[in-house]
Design a binder for this molecule. Structure first.
Ligand SMILES: C[S@@+](CC[C@H](N)C(=O)[O-])C[C@H]1O[C@@H](n2cnc3c(N)ncnc32)[C@H](O)[C@@H]1O
Length: 256
């Protein structure tokens, strides 16, 4: 199986659902709303959510802005779940979901007013292609909003190995590189803003979820074939990297 599918498959596992919850990015839906406002989403917008996971942000954007949202994800199971979630939230008329690769978006040129991509640009092995693709499908006068993990230097090797299995973020770059990719694709006024605090909160939340899972496993009410002690160790090491500024979370916006 290729690297991209392996990564998408990870985000469909019970383990990924356990550690992230439904909204699989730091800052949760609060940050989604902030990003939506920053890039100017309105009731009349057609929005593309690249790497939409189980549709949590797409459904939220449709509900809070009244806009139409198309979500794409490489994971077919995620897409199926997004369709079901949207139906149960009563937003089917405002959303559609499709299996598609961020590096080969199966929509025509300039199909969307705004493109969002939360915690997933870091996962694409070919960021030039992904940047060219999001630029192609954005209308002139439209905008892009990304929130993502940044790595500003070399991660310790043991953390690199562990993180690959944990969240496959090894393709994460620093914010200047992300900004350059988007700028080179043609976006203008590309700006980034550090949101490190969202990552610290997420790491704390993951710790609490792991603790709750340990309790449930202890009570025989949950089964998980993953070593949660290793997860706790990774969280601790990752937190040190966030504290030192080596790893962070950023918002990046740009206009076409
Ligand atoms: C960390 S999750 C974020 C999901 C969602 N954006 C959210 O914030 O809840 C990363 C998502 O990226 C998807 N993904 C990874 N590589 C992809 C690619 N090349 N094209 C489309 N989706 C991809 C995974 O399947 C997963 O659903």
């Amino acid at each position: 199986m290729n690297e991209k599918l392996c990564c998408a498959n990870f985000y469909q596992t019970d383990y990924a659902r356990l550690i992230f919850g439904a909204s699989m990015h730091p800052g949760g839906l609060g940050l989604t709303k902030e990003l939506g406002n920053k890039i100017g989403i309105t009731k009349n917008s057609k929005v593309l959510d690249v790497a939409c996971g189980v549709g949590t942000s797409a459904i939220f954007l449709a509900k809070s802005f009244g806009c139409h949202v198309t979500g794409i994800d490489l994971g077919a199971k995620n897409v199926d779940e997004a369709v079901k979630n949207s139906a149960s939230e009563g937003t089917s008329a405002y959303t559609e979901f499709k299996v598609s690769d961020a590096e080969k978006i199966e929509f025509p040129d300039e199909a969307f007013d705004h493109v969002m991509c939360e915690c997933a640009f870091c996962l694409t092995p070919d960021k030039k292609r992904a940047s060219d693709e999001v630029y192609r499908v954005t209308k002139h006068g439209g905008s892009i909003g990304i929130s993502d993990i940044v790595v500003r230097g070399n991660l310790p090797q043991n953390l690199r190995d562990a993180l690959y299995r944990f969240v496959c973020v090894l393709e994460a770059k620093n914010e200047k590189e992300y900004v350059d990719y988007l700028h080179d694709a043609g976006f203008q006024k590309v700006e980034s803003e550090d949101r490190k605090e969202t990552l610290l909160v997420l790491l704390d939340d993951i710790k609490k979820r792991v603790f709750a899972a340990e309790l449930l496993i202890g009570l025989g009410k949950m089964k998980l074939e993953i070593d949660l002690d290793k997860t706790k160790k990774i969280i601790q090491e990752l937190r040190q990297c966030v504290d030192s500024g080596l790893v962070s979370y950023v918002l990046i916006t740009g206009k076409k």
